[in-house]
Design a protein around this ligand. Structure first.
Ligand SMILES: [Zn+2]
Length: 64
């Protein structure tokens, strides 16, 4: 009887894919999300359930 080491079955994280925890909607970060561009951040909203799923801080250059 040989010992078989378990193979990792987790999928590699999909780059650039956002996932709504509320309704399960999934789309690319450049997909159909409703993006509110604020001065300091981008707010991503689900187009299905309007849940805010991501607040992405933007690096805004400081103007003197
Ligand atoms: Zn949703």
């Amino acid at each position: 009887m040989s010992h078989r080491s378990p193979q990792p079955t987790e999928d590699p994280p999909k780059k650039g894919i956002l996932f709504c925890p509320e309704c399960g909607h999934e789309s690319a970060i450049t997909g159909d999300w409703i993006v509110h561009e604020k001065p300091a951040r981008d707010v991503y909203e689900c187009p299905v359930c309007s849940m805010t799923i991501l607040n992405r801080r933007r690096f805004v250059p400081v103007h003197c």
